[in-house]
Design a protein around this ligand. Structure first.
Ligand SMILES: O=C[C@H](O)COP(=O)(O)O
Length: 330
């Protein structure tokens, strides 16, 4: 891949903002005919990590791009104001200043910070004036099995507290029982409860049984107005995978082809290696195109990816320094 166009304002949205997905009526014929050819998907997914699509020279730029697309996350039972404030400081300056200077990437930030409801206040005040949005997980995250009216109310509380993005969890049972109407109604009500906040629908794909269910649930959530579809909570035993990503990305492409609305994609859970982030970015570029490589249409949900990217960038810059030094001494 060529070097991405990334500015110091990497987190800022493109000037021509994507209109929000208004959704559509539930089209059961489309949902029921959606298929996923598991063996073909798995074959294709296996080839992805081996492809050398990011040239070494461009890797640092792509890794900076990946940083600008991270929802920097902490979702632990022992989260505290101090931890969230430190996370926000990291979101504002994700990499050491000297490394950013060497790369010409001053001002780079992560795409957002993602926390539980209780931590929204701290995140909002820590990020004030930066333009970095706060995302809150909601609706009884991660299982989504608390009383329905409380799940809807939780969304309103988080929006009131200042979250600009709400990551809801769907009821997996609706998918496993093929109850598409119930999934559609739930998603639609959750989207309405978000008001102006963007809604990401977490499918918890590791609990949906089949790739065909993943394809169908993706479509139903988009039809009901999800702005993003997201793989996982990070708490299931199987989280983001490449086969699941291919299925969801292709559902997004089908939805765009039929409706003209672009829905975002958020792989989440277990993505912790810089090289994996590059595989995801090249997958998005191949399957959906450059427009989806912007923070309004793509995010990594990740708690530890940034650390590995930072190490790689440090290595890149240090290596570059010694190469320059050797050159100067010759
Ligand atoms: O939505 C984000 C995930 O919970 C993060 O998962 P992770 O801790 O495996 O990176």
């Amino acid at each position: 891949m060529q070097t991405p166009t990334i500015t110091a304002e990497g987190h800022q949205l493109p000037t021509a903002l994507e209109p929000r997905n208004p959704g559509m009526a539930l089209d059961l014929d489309w949902v029921r005919t959606a298929q996923a050819n598991t063996s073909a998907i798995e074959r294709r997914a296996k080839t992805l990590p081996g492809r050398r699509s990011v040239k070494k020279d461009y890797q640092a730029a792509w890794l900076c791009k990946a940083i600008s697309l991270i929802d920097l996350t902490t979702l632990s039972g022992d989260d505290s104001e101090g931890r969230v404030a430190r996370l926000c400081a990291k979101a504002k300056q994700p990499v050491r200043a000297d490394i950013l200077d060497a790369l010409g990437m001053q001002g780079l930030t992560t795409g957002a910070v993602c926390v539980y409801h209780d931590m929204i206040d701290t995140a909002v005040s820590s990020l004030k004036g930066t333009g970095i949005p706060v995302a809150a997980v909601s609706t009884g995250f991660p299982a989504g099995l608390s009383p329905y009216h409380l799940r809807i109310a939780e969304i309103g509380e988080s929006v009131k507290a200042g979250a600009e993005e709400i990551d809801i969890v769907i009821t997996r049972r609706h998918v496993l029982q093929g109850n598409w109407q119930a999934l559609y109604d739930e998603m639609k009500e959750m989207r309405e409860a978000c008001g102006d906040a963007h809604v990401k629908a977490i499918l918890a794909t590791g609990e949906l049984g089949t790739l065909r269910n993943v394809a169908r649930a993706s479509l139903v959530c988009m039809m009901a107005g999800a702005d993003f579809i997201k793989t996982s909570t990070g708490k299931e035993s199987v989280n983001a995978t490449l086969p699941v990503s291919l299925v969801m990305i292709r559902a997004i492409r089908d939805y765009y082809d039929r409706t003209g609305f672009r829905v975002g994609y958020k792989p989440a859970g277990g993505i912790s290696k810089a090289k994996d982030s590059l595989v995801y970015l090249s997958l998005i570029k191949d399957e959906l195109g450059d427009r989806w490589l912007q923070p309004d249409l793509f995010r990594f949900g990740a708690s530890s990816l940034l650390g590995d990217i930072e190490r790689q960038l440090e290595h890149h810059v240090t290596g570059q320094y010694s190469a320059n030094h050797r050159h100067a001494m010759a």
